[in-house]
Design a protein around this ligand. Structure first.
Ligand code: B12
Ligand code: SF4
Length: 435
């Protein structure tokens, strides 16, 4: 029996991070259980608990800002003598930074690569250098193996093992289940690291998605399925077939849905379809109240008017709309940020909630390259500077690219967005209570 311990580097102080069980680890665990015989894979919240399991292989998942937490976890895990592997977006986009004491980094989609590492661990694969999708240590150097091809059919993946995660988390699968129905996004907004990580847009089939919903309903009696895909509606044929199946199987009466769209893909016909499906909430990145800034960030097909039309249509069909906004593009002026706040203000009665973030130059994006040229970021920087939650940003170390406003001004725009957000969310809460 090969014992695999999975951990997530997360910030326990962050409400946001504490409330969402990491589905990625659920996918990895389910894939190992289904595809590799004699594996005991478990999830642990802390290295102390994982050490008692005496694992043969340790896997830790981390985003950029949590890398210091991941390193500390790995340091504690080395006591058990098992190889310690780092996976997730950060190491995938910056493999040359694989920190000590990690043995390997898994680059990109992790299921097949982790399964191969288990086979290597039990002697079925002789040389880790022959495994695709790794960064490995060769003497003092870091070397990448051949790239891992993405899974040809996402439907070959088993449903993520949410039971493995749930008991550790403040999650209530009866009220709400997070789900994915696709990986990646066909667009390339300049600030977006996720689309660069996945490179392609692949979807689970409508049949698979409906089966997963039904299986969760049977197991947990789930009422609300919240899809965290980058883009749920990027494939018209799939959306139509999903809608047919969803209605045919009587799911409309049992559950509500929430997912992400893109404003340029919201038509009257689609808004009507969402309402027929009983979609409760729809999210999209409206990003800015300025057409110039939208163009500069490569928000293809999206203008302020297109965003407005999408909000109006969705609102007319009774769907809760949640938009997110980004402040602080390199050449964005104070007047343009003001336009964004005005846009939010104009729509305050139509929005259920808003997200508001400062532009961060995430690894893998063109803004990372620009920030490196300017000496704002580096390969040995303090990764905690990538905190994007308004209330947790440390403004002294924030890697800011905006040239036309000061740090204090940028912060004051986010303060005002935060104030608007509180008002919008409170008003929505009241409207919802009356509904
Ligand atoms: C949904 C989502 C969330 C959800 C996660 C829901 C859930 N519990 O599953 C929530 C809302 C909780 C969330 C939180 C955060 N998120 Co988020 N999130 C996303 C989003 C939109 C999709 C992620 C996704 O596709 N997951 C699907 C799974 C299957 O993919 P995956 O997680 O990448 O895992 C695969 C591989 O990475 C790899 N892998 C991952 N871990 C490991 C570990 C091992 C051992 C191995 C072998 C492989 C492996 O294998 C997995 C399966 O193939 C992405 C954007 C994107 N498209 O990637 C942003 C994104 C990943 N998030 C981001 C950020 C910043 C955060 C937060 C830090 C926000 C915050 N300030 O709180 C937190 C961090 C939470 C945490 N501790 O990890 C950034 C990360 C950028 C970066 N370089 O760090 C992204 C890219 C969005 C962006 N701004 O561009 N997020
Ligand atoms: S549409 Fe959304 S997910 Fe797609 S590239 Fe743009 S920001 Fe990223």
């Amino acid at each position: 029996m090969t014992k695999v311990a999975l951990l997530l580097a997360f910030d326990r102080a962050s409400y946001f991070q504490r409330h969402h069980p990491p589905l990625a680890l659920g996918y990895l665990a389910a894939y190992l259980k289904a595809g590799v015989p004699d594996v005991d894979v478990r999830f642990f919240l802390s290295p102390q608990e994982a050490l008692q399991f005496e694992p043969d292989l340790v896997g830790i998942s981390s985003v950029t800002q949590n890398i210091p937490i991941a390193v500390e976890m790995a340091r504690q895990m080395t006591v058990c003598g098992a190889p310690v592997v780092l996976g997730g977006i950060h190491v995938s986009l910056l493999p040359e930074t694989l920190p000590q004491p990690f043995t390997f980094g898994v680059l990109g989609e992790g299921e097949q690569t982790l399964a191969d590492l288990v086979r290597w661990r039990r002697g079925e694969i002789a040389d880790p250098a022959s495994i695709d999708g790794l960064v490995i240590r060769d003497g003092g150097r870091l070397v990448q193996t051949a790239p891992r091809s993405p899974l040809a059919r996402l439907d070959d993946l088993p449903f993520p093992d949410v039971a493995l995660l749930g008991r550790h988390w403040e999650a209530d699968y009866h009220s709400r289940m997070l789900m994915y129905s696709s990986r990646g996004c066909p667009y390339r907004c300049l600030f977006c690291a996720g689309a660069r990580f996945w490179r392609t847009y692949r979807c689970f089939s409508p049949e698979y998605v409906v089966r997963e919903i039904e299986s969760r309903c049977a197991e947990f009696g789930t009422r609300w399925f919240d899809f965290w895909d980058d883009l749920f509606i990027g494939d018209e044929g799939r959306l139509r077939r999903f809608a047919e199946l969803f209605l045919e199987r009587g799911l409309r009466e049992k559950v509500v849905l929430g997912f992400s769209v893109r404003s340029n893909l919201v038509s009257k016909e689609r808004a009507r379809l969402f309402a027929r499906l009983g979609v409760e909430n729809v999210n999209f990145g409206a990003e800015s109240g300025s057409d110039r800034v939208l163009r500069a960030m490569n928000k293809t097909g999206v203008t302020v008017a297109v965003n407005q039309r999408a909000i109006d249509l969705l609102h007319d069909y009774g769907i809760f709309v949640n938009c997110s906004f980004v402040f602080g593009f390199p050449d964005e002026t104070a007047a343009e940020m003001e336009q964004t706040l005005n846009f939010i203000e104009r729509n305050r009665d139509k929005l259920a909630d808003i997200g508001y973030f400062p532009l961060l130059p995430f690894p893998g994006t063109p803004y990372w390259d620009l920030a490196r040229e300017r000496g704002i970021v580096s390969l040995d920087m303090d990764w905690r500077a990538f905190e994007m939650n308004y209330s947790e940003i440390d403004w002294d170390r924030f890697p800011m690219l905006a040239e036309k406003v000061s740090r204090t001004e940028l912060k004051s725009f986010l303060d005002r967005a935060n104030q608007l957000r509180n008002e919008i969310a409170a008003a929505h809460f009241q409207r919802r209570a009356k509904r």
